[in-house]
Ligand binder design. Structure first.
Ligand code: SAH
Ligand code: SF4
Ligand code: F3S
Length: 465
C-alpha cells in the first residue's frame, strides 16, 4: 500500500494545509506512516517567515537525500511558502525533489503524483482557489482549524507572507458555515478561524479579466468594493451554529480591530475571551518603517477598549527584536510596553532579512549579537510575566473544554483549554472529551495548568456548579 509522511513547518495555516494534504492523500489510497523511514512519499510543507525556518527545511531536505540514496523509490514532495516563493530554484538546488507545488495548488497534488504525470511543478496562480473545498484529515476531532480567508495585502516591510500566500481572498460565508456545521456533526466543539488578517474578512474578489469569457467583463465591476459580510457578522453566524461551543480566531491586525468586533467579542457567548494582537514594536518610528499603519497609542487605545468590554481577556502578541534602525530607546519602549500590557503569551523573534521585502533596503541593520541580546531581554521579561499570569489562575474554577488525553501520556488524565486558551491537565475519563467541564486550578506549571474536576457535566454537556 502507498504510504506518506508529512513534515510541517510554520504557522497554523500550514498545519491546516497539511491536514488537507493528508485528506487528499488518504482519498487516493495512501496510508499515513508513523515513521519517516517507512513512508513511500515524504512531503515537506515549508515555511519561509524567517531565515531559520528556511534553514530547517534545507537541513530536513539534506536528510531526505541520504534516505533516498539508500532507497531510490522514495518520492519527495515540497509544498508551502518556500515552494511558492522559490519554485524551480528549489529543484535546481535539490534535483532529487520529485514534486513541488505552491499554496494555491494543494488540490493538484494527486495529479502531480500520478504515474507518468507530465508536470512536476505547480506554483501558478489558481483563479477561485479560495472556494475549493478540500476534505481535511484533521489531527483533532474536538477542535478544528477553519480557513476563512487566504493571503495578505498588508505588506508589512519585513514580511514574506504577501509574496508566499498572494493577495487577500475571502471564502464565502455559506461555505464556511457549511464546513463548520459538518465538523460539528462529526464531534467538533471548538473552531479556530484562520486568516492572516481576519478583521478585514469579507471582501469579494472578482475574477481576473483573463479568466472571464469575452463580453462578461461587466461582471468584473459588479462586485468591486463589495463584501460578503464583515468579520463580526461572520462571527454572529457561526455563534448561531447549534452544538458548537467555542470560537477562536487568528490573527487580528490592530489597524483593523473595529468597535463592532469588540462588541461581537463582548456579546457573543461562544467567542472566547482571548485575542492574538501582534504589536511588533512600541516605537512609532519603528512601526512606521514596518508599515504597520498604527501607532503605539492606537494599539493601546484599542486594547484598552477591548479589555473594558471583555472581562478577563487573555492577550498574546508578536514582537520583532532588532528591526533595522531600532535604537536603544525604541527597544526600551517595547520592554516597557510589555511590562504594562502583561501578555499571556508572546511570540518574539529577532528580525530576519527576507527576500523581496521592503525592509531589506532600510538603513541601520543591526548585528546579530545586538538582535540576540534584545530578544533575550524580551523573553526573560516575558517569562516572568507569563509565570505570574499562570500562577494567578491557581484557586480559580475555570470552564475547560476537554480535548483529548494528556499529551504526556499519563494514563487517566485529560488535556483541555480554558476559555482564555490556557492548557489544563486534569484527571478524567475519556468519555468527557468534547464536553465543557468546570475545573479547579490547583497548580501552575511553566506553560500550563494542573486542575481537578469540580463535578460531572450535565446531559447538555455543560457543567453547572
Ligand atoms: N499575519 C500575522 C502574522 C504572520 S507572521 C500578523 O500580521 O500578525 C507571524 C509573525 O512573524 C509576525 O507577527 C512577526 O512578528 C514575525 N515575522 C514576520 N516576518 C519576520 C521577519 N522577517 N523577521 C522576524 N520576524 C518576523
Ligand atoms: Fe505579514 Fe503583515 Fe500580512 Fe501579517 S499583516 S502576514 S505580518 S504582511
Ligand atoms: Fe505561515 Fe510560514 Fe507561510 S508562518 S504563512 S508558513 S511563511
Amino acid at each position: 500500500m502507498k504510504s506518506f509522511k508529512i513534515l510541517t513547518f510554520g504557522c497554523q495555516m500550514n498545519e491546516h494545509d497539511s491536514e488537507k494534504l493528508a485528506g487528499l492523500l488518504k482519498a487516493e489510497g495512501y496510508r499515513e506512516s508513523e515513521r519517516l523511514e517507512d513512508a513511500g512519499l515524504v512531503l515537506l510543507n515549508t515555511c519561509s517567515i524567517r531565515e531559520k525556518a528556511e534553514q530547517k527545511f534545507y537541513s530536513a531536505l539534506g536528510k531526505l537525500r541520504e534516505l533516498k540514496e539508500l532507497n531510490p523509490s522514495i518520492k519527495i514532495a515540497v509544498s508551502g511558502c518556500i515552494a511558492q516563493q522559490e519554485g524551480n530554484a528549489v529543484l535546481r538546488r535539490a534535483p532529487y525533489v520529485d514534486v513541488l507545488f505552491g499554496n494555491q495548488n494543494i488540490g493538484n497534488l494527486p495529479a502531480l503524483l500520478k504515474e507518468g504525470a507530465d508536470m512536476r511543478v505547480s506554483t501558478e496562480f489558481a483563479e477561485g482557489y479560495e472556494h475549493a473545498v478540500i476534505p481535511a484529515s484533521r489531527e483533532s476531532v474536538v477542535t478544528s482549524f477553519v480557513n476563512i480567508m487566504y493571503g495578505c495585502d498588508n505588506f508589512c516591510s519585513y514580511c514574506v507572507v504577501p509574496f508566499t500566500r498572494g493577495r487577500e481572498r475571502s471564502r464565502r460565508p455559506e461555505d464556511i458555515i457549511r464546513e463548520i456545521e459538518e465538523l460539528v456533526n462529526s464531534g467538533c466543539r471548538e473552531v479556530t478561524l484562520l486568516g492572516q488578517n481576519v478583521n478585514s474578512y469579507g471582501i469579494i474578489t472578482p475574477p481576473s479579466p483573463s479568466y472571464l469569457k469575452r463580453g462578461t467583463e461587466g461582471a468584473l465591476l459588479k462586485n468591486i468594493g463589495e463584501r460578503y459580510c464583515d468579520f463580526p457578522e461572520l462571527l454572529r453566524m457561526i455563534n448561531a451554529i447549534d452544538g458548537l461551543l467555542r470560537i477562536r480566531f487568528v490573527t487580528s491586525h490592530p489597524k483593523d480591530l473595529s468597535d463592532s468586533l469588540i462588541d461581537a467579542m463582548a456579546t457573543l457567548p461562544k467567542v472566547c475571551n482571548a485575542i492574538h494582537l501582534p504589536l511588533q514594536s512600541a516605537s512609532d518610528s519603528v512601526l512606521a518603517r514596518m508599515n504597520r499603519k498604527y501607532t503605539f497609542a492606537d494599539y493601546m487605545n484599542k486594547l484598552g477598549a477591548l479589555r473594558d468590554a471583555v472581562p478577563d481577556l487573555a492577550v498574546s502578541t508578536d514582537i520583532i527584536a532588532g528591526f533595522p534602525g531600532e535604537t536603544e530607546d525604541d527597544f526600551q519602549a517595547t520592554l516597557l510596553a510589555l511590562e504594562n500590557i502583561r501578555c499571556d503569551g508572546i511570540f518574539a523573534f529577532k528580525y530576519s532579512r527576507r527576500p523581496n521585502t521592503a525592509a531589506l533596503k532600510l538603513s541601520g541593520h543591526l548585528p546579530e549579537s545586538a538582535k540576540d541580546e534584545r530578544l533575550y531581554k524580551i523573553l526573560e521579561l516575558q517569562d516572568r510575566i507569563m509565570q505570574e499570569k499562570i500562577n494567578a489562575r491557581v484557586g480559580m474554577v475555570e470552564e475547560v473544554l476537554a480535548e483529548g488525553p494528556d499529551k504526556s501520556g499519563e494514563p487517566g488524565r485529560l488535556a483541555g483549554k480554558t476559555r482564555q486558551g490556557k492548557i489544563v491537565n486534569f484527571e478524567g475519563k475519556p468519555e468527557l472529551v468534547g464536553q465543557l467541564m468546570q475545573v479547579k486550578i490547583i497548580e501552575g506549571k511553566k506553560h500550563s495548568l494542573i486542575g481537578e474536576l469540580t463535578c460531572r457535566p450535565d446531559r447538555s454537556g455543560v457543567t453547572h456548579i
